[in-house]
Design a binder for this molecule. Structure first.
Ligand SMILES: Cc1cc2nc3c(=O)[nH]c(=O)nc-3n(C[C@H](O)[C@H](O)[C@H](O)COP(=O)(O)OP(=O)(O)OC[C@H]3O[C@@H](n4cnc5c(N)ncnc54)[C@H](O)[C@@H]3O)c2cc1C
Length: 475
């Protein structure tokens, strides 16, 4: 019997799990996929937004403001790469210049510090590759870039190190409540808990409707991207946005924390939240939007296209509250952008909400805030020597694009929330993230996974449950 069951191991559920693990509580995270960070949290722009974009007096504005400054400390504790690059919203004409004033004023209303409108010349000095036809920009110094997958994985690791349990491959299928105890049914098991946090992303409305009358609807909205090789990663210094339109912030151009360049996202409303296909039409729109900002981008250097699904609530804001007719069932849903930025602040708010609603919270004295992870080739040589002595497999390079050793891969498999799939290893230590996209290292990583997990090599999947890579021997 658990005190709290969290449904969904994205950045929202993982942030709440970590925050709850500071208290003497029995907590479990239930995730339908075979790894954490497999939903929206794995495919987004990876921006920690400054906060001028969200409408005044919304939960989005509040938690963006509160979440942004929390990242220095969290990323330091969890060893997650994060850089405050600043962001620029670019204006090309008088109308857009006046829109910058609206954004600036909204930023002031939202209490955002570190913003200013900069001139064409200042903009060109900051971003030498910018389109020569620009007229000015809104600069926001507090914006940053992060690795959202590693953030989510590390938040989960931190929760687990501090006593939380988790179940993967556990798709919540139904929920009943008997005498104040929730019975949560998934494949082959029933989990009992006194409280439920619904952080199920694009499926949050379905999970809500399992136990409560409908209160909101999630409208899936897809965004498609280009990921460019590291040769393009230095073409811009900060996050560049066009002036926003009806469908959101528009196509951005940004460096990633690992030195690549991302262009995107496009925006299209869909019925099917699973439809993460990329399409020629939308990628072309993303490409032309990016090239308008930075004409010299070489999209021929694209190494991957991918898509993410926004969980847009029909309420127009994050939807975070106890269900009207079901005490102790808390929805944390409609967490669209700036959800990544807001996640740590949402987690703190949810703790307060739980306290208000009657959950008895007593702090643990032995909470350990730290998660440590190493990439061998990024370590100082003294530490490398030490690691090599402990395990000579740190001397065997498996991914030549990203310089990842077998020791790094073993670490990612045997960590508290270890990898079990090819993409799981990739998200934790990056073999397959480079220019060849796993062309050379994937078979090796697959063999290492099979050996370490003691399963046949053909049981190792790429990502989702049935994404088999090998089926039978040919020779
Ligand atoms: C294109 C795009 C760009 C974005 N860019 C940014 C950005 O730059 N900055 C920013 O701040 N935000 C951004 N966002 C928003 C941000 O990515 C999301 O707000 C955040 O990832 C949402 O996290 P989540 O945990 O709520 O959802 P998810 O990450 O989707 O997690 C929900 C989890 O619930 C699981 N689940 C669902 N149903 C069940 C069930 N029945 N049983 C068990 N588990 C279940 C899913 O498998 C999933 O793992 C962007 C989003 C998109 C799509």
């Amino acid at each position: 019997m658990y005190d709290v069951a969290i449904i969904g191991a994205g950045v929202t559920g993982a942030s709440i799990a970590r925050e709850l693990s500071r208290y003497n509580l029995k907590v479990i995270i239930l995730e339908r996929e075979n790894d954490v960070s497999c939903g929206t949290s794995k495919a987004n722009s990876a921006i920690i937004h400054a906060g001028y974009d969200a409408k005044e007096n919304t939960l989005m504005a509040r938690f963006n403001l509160e979440g942004n400054p929390m990242f220095d400390n969290i990323c330091n504790e969890l060893d997650v790469p994060f850089k405050r690059t600043g962001s620029l919203v670019i204006a090309f004409d008088e109308e857009q210049l006046s829109h910058l004033q609206i954004l600036y004023q909204r930023g002031l209303n939202n209490n955002i510090k570190g913003m200013k409108i900069i001139s064409e010349d200042e903009l060109k000095a900051k971003e030498p590759a910018i389109n020569r036809n620009v007229k000015g920009a809104l600069f926001a110094s507090t914006a940053g870039i992060i690795d959202p997958m590693l953030l989510t994985i590390s938040l989960m690791e931190s929760a687990v190190i501090n006593g939380a349990d988790y179940l993967l491959n556990f798709e919540v299928q139904s929920i009943e409540k008997q005498e104040n105890i929730f019975r949560i049914t998934g494949p082959g098991k029933i989990i009992e808990a006194s409280w439920i946090i619904n952080a199920a992303g694009v499926y949050a409305d379905k999970v809500h409707n399992m136990i409560s009358k409908p209160e909101f609807k999630i409208l899936p909205r897809r965004g498609q991207y280009f990921l460019l090789d590291k040769t393009e990663g230095k073409i811009v210094n900060s996050v560049l946005f066009p002036c926003p339109g009806k469908m959101g912030k528009g196509t951005l151009v940004t460096p990633t924390v690992h030195g690549n360049l991302i262009l995107g996202p496009s925006s299209d409303n869909l019925e099917d939240p699973e439809d993460l296909a990329t399409t020629e039409k939308m990628l072309n729109l993303a490409r032309s939007g990016a090239i308008k900002l930075v004409p010299s981008i070489n999209t021929g250097r694209s190494i991957r296209n991918f898509a993410g699904m926004r969980a847009v609530s029909d309420t127009g804001d994050f939807f975070i509250k106890e269900a009207d007719d079901t005490p102790r069932f808390i929805d944390v849903s409609g967490i669209k952008s700036p959800g990544l930025t807001a996640a740590p602040a949402i987690a703190v708010y949810v703790i307060e909400l739980l306290k208000d609603k009657g959950l008895n919270l007593k702090k643990r004295t032995n909470f350990n805030p730290f998660v440590k992870r190493n990439i061998f080739m990024e370590l100082p040589s003294a530490e490398q020597k030490h690691l090599l002595k402990r395990n000579p497999l740190y001397g065997r390079i498996i991914c030549r694009c990203e310089n990842i050793t077998e020791g790094d891969i073993l670490d990612s498999i045997h960590r508290p929330v270890g990898a079990k799939t090819l993409d799981g290893v990739k998200r934790r230590c990056r073999p397959g993230m480079g220019r060849c996209q796993g062309g050379f290292c994937s078979p090796l990583v697959q063999e290492i996974l099979a050996r370490e997990l003691n399963v046949p090599v053909k049981d190792i999947v790429l990502e989702k449950k049935h994404s088999y890579i090998l089926t039978n021997k040919t020779k």
